[in-house]
Design a protein around this ligand. Structure first.
Ligand code: HEM
Length: 319
């Protein structure tokens, strides 16, 4: 590797280091930077946006109701931990929806709120495109595959039995959703691999808990504390182990393309991620693994919660 070289004028350095004005300004800058790093993070609130509730509140249901009642046509702020949340009235929805990522970024806010630099949590363009375009386009074919996977998933998690059986709703649905989505995201056998399954299931919980724990330390310590918080360490291990499992599949596909560039590509989420990635990201197993974990984060618990709620509603209203 060739290291970059640069020349420096010794006399200039001496005159800078001997100048009290320059050194004084540098010290002030350093002190300001240190204070900024150690201070609890504060964010600019929108002007004239009244704050409802306290940052120490465990839940904000009442604050939301109060805010909506008092300010139906203007913004109000809920002082959620680390990142206060500004609630905007529906009349601004179209305007906000039209703003590009460069002005109002969902991706940046997710990464900032959940410390994506350390937890990996976030969303990227590759993921959004693969879901919005490719997954949507292939939905009919996917339904057939899901039907096949349902048989396996139900037999594994509930059993092939004619009688009624009591099962925990959330846990059982979680396992079903993980198997079904895994079938579309990586295909089997990998989708049924226990290490992979556990990683895709646990990443969400450990990622969010890890971010929450990291936030209890000043920002300056985050790069170090990531190695001491068990949940953040687990997230790193899911990525490492996941990459080991994905590596042979990636290698096989790369080899197939080298052998015959015109060969038909597989049509699954691994391939869409590879094809939709920028530059060399698509050849990078770590990047593809991370994007795979992210898709599990956005897909598995959300779908499970919605389905579990539907089951509870049916039980509460059997009519
Ligand atoms: C019932 C289950 C689901 C719920 C309730 C849900 C909810 C949400 C919500 C609230 C957002 C944020 C949207 C925004 O503020 O702009 C979101 C974003 C997203 N969701 Fe879901 N989601 C569900 C299932 C899924 C599934 C199954 C996938 C993937 C297969 C998925 C992929 C995504 C992606 C990629 C984004 C980011 C979109 C973007 O940045 O444009 N979601 N979801």
């Amino acid at each position: 590797m060739v290291l970059p070289t640069f020349t420096i004028d010794a006399a200039l350095v001496r005159s800078i280091t001997h100048s009290p004005e320059v050194m004084g300004s540098l010290l002030v800058l350093l002190a300001a930077y240190a204070i900024r790093l150690f201070m609890p993070v504060r964010h600019k609130q929108m002007e004239n946006s009244p704050v409802i509730g306290k940052a120490t509140d465990r839940e904000f249901h009442n604050a939301l109701t109060e805010g909506y009642t008092k300010y139906p046509n203007s913004t109000f702020t809920i002082p959620t931990a680390h990142h206060p949340m500004v609630i905007v009235p529906p009349k601004f929805l179209d305007e906000i929806k039209a703003l590009p990522e460069t002005i109002l970024s969902f991706q940046k806010q997710v990464s900032a709120r959940f410390l994506g630099k350390y937890t990996g949590l976030g969303v990227n363009d590759t993921l959004v495109h693969s879901v919005k375009v490719d997954l949507t386009k292939n939905i009919v074919r996917i339904l057939d595959e899901l039907q096949d996977e349902v048989d396996y998933a139900v037999t594994k998690n509930i059993g092939d039995i004619p009688e009624w059986k009591a099962v925990p709703v959330y846990g059982t649905l979680l396992n079903l959703v993980a198997l079904l989505s895994g079938r579309i995201f990586v295909g089997h056998p990998l989708s049924r691999n226990e290490t992979w399954l556990q990683a895709t299931l646990s990443y969400t919980i450990d990622g969010f808990v890890g971010a929450e724990k990291l936030w209890t330390y000043p920002k300056l310590f985050h790069p170090v504390m990531q190695y001491f918080i068990p949940e953040v360490r687990k997230v790193h291990s899911y990525l490492r182990n996941g990459a080991k499992l994905l590596e042979p599949i990636m290698k096989e596909r790369q080899q197939a393309m080298r052998d015959n560039p015109n060969s038909k590509k597989p049509s699954d989420m691994i391939q869409w991620i590879v094809d939709n990635s920028e530059g060399t990201d698509g050849q990078d197993t770590d990047y593809v693994t991370k994007t795979q974990m992210l898709i599990s984060v956005v897909a598995i618990h959300t779908t499970t919660m919605t389905t579990a709620q539907a089951v509870f509603d049916l039980v509460a209203h059997p009519e």
